[in-house]
Design a protein around this ligand. Structure first.
Ligand SMILES: C[S@@+](CC[C@H](N)C(=O)[O-])C[C@H]1O[C@@H](n2cnc3c(N)ncnc32)[C@H](O)[C@@H]1O
Length: 217
């Protein structure tokens, strides 16, 4: 398996990666963030487009990493607020630096928090996004229940990542992507958590096969 940037050992089980992210040192986070900036730009643009953000929306990004998605969401949520959360303090520091200007204008903020325990009141957000994050949830139910709780009635959740590629020469990010069976299982979990109208969208963006699940509170 190829290396995770920053000299980290790649997780053999995707669910182990959440712990790895939480323990990133600032140096490791910087190296991982540089790779994400290069590798995740196209998929973040695609996923943000699916969310249908409108001016004035309050938007939550779960697993905001170094903050690229927060910036893209804020461009669309003109007059609204984008709130990122991530369980990695080092990633949150990077995102905070990246969104400093938006934060100074009250347009964006980012906090250390886990998807499974969101520090927000019920119904706080119109939209929620998680890109390349849900595959790292060892048990998705608590996170899905929490995200649904903080969405307002009629609010939208988009979970997006890459489609799985079994080819051993494929980039690690693609090997960590979802198989069709995993997409279906996550759709079932979204329905079990109370999301309505759960649907799947796939797209080829550049060299990548991307997949997203969209559900309504
Ligand atoms: C592969 S990165 C993706 C970052 C960003 N969304 C992007 O597309 O570039 C996954 C991020 O999700 C965060 N993460 C994973 N599990 C999480 C959880 N349960 N709660 C909050 N953040 C989580 C990690 O710390 C990491 O920053």
């Amino acid at each position: 398996m190829d290396e995770v940037p920053g000299g980290l050992r790649p997780p053999t089980n995707p669910a182990d990666a959440a712990g790895m992210f939480a323990r990133l040192t600032p140096e490791q986070a910087g190296a991982v963030a540089a790779a994400m900036a290069q590798n995740n730009a196209a998929s973040n643009h695609w996923a943000v487009g699916l969310l249908g953000v409108a001016p004035g929306d309050r938007v939550l990004e779960v697993g905001s990493g170094p903050g690229m998605g927060i910036e893209l969401l804020a461009e669309r949520a003109e007059g609204g607020v984008v709130v990122g959360i991530d369980l990695s303090p080092a990633m949150v520091d990077l995102a905070r630096a990246r969104i400093a200007d938006l934060a100074s204008r009250g347009r964006a903020q980012v906090h250390v928090a886990a998807a499974e325990r969101l520090p927000f009141a019920d119904g706080s957000f119109a939209k929620a996004l998680a890109v390349h994050v849900a595959q790292f949830w060892p048990a998705p139910e608590p996170a899905l229940t929490e995200v649904r709780r903080v969405l307002a009635d009629g609010g939208t959740l988009v979970l997006a990542t890459r489609a799985h590629r079994a080819d051993p020469d494929a980039p690690m990010a693609a090997r960590l992507g979802w198989t069709p069976a995993q997409v279906e299982a996550m759709a079932d979990r979204m329905r079990a958590a109370g999301f309505r109208s759960v649907g799947t969208t796939v797209a080829r963006v550049g060299e990548e096969e991307l997949v997203a699940l969209i559900g309504t509170r």
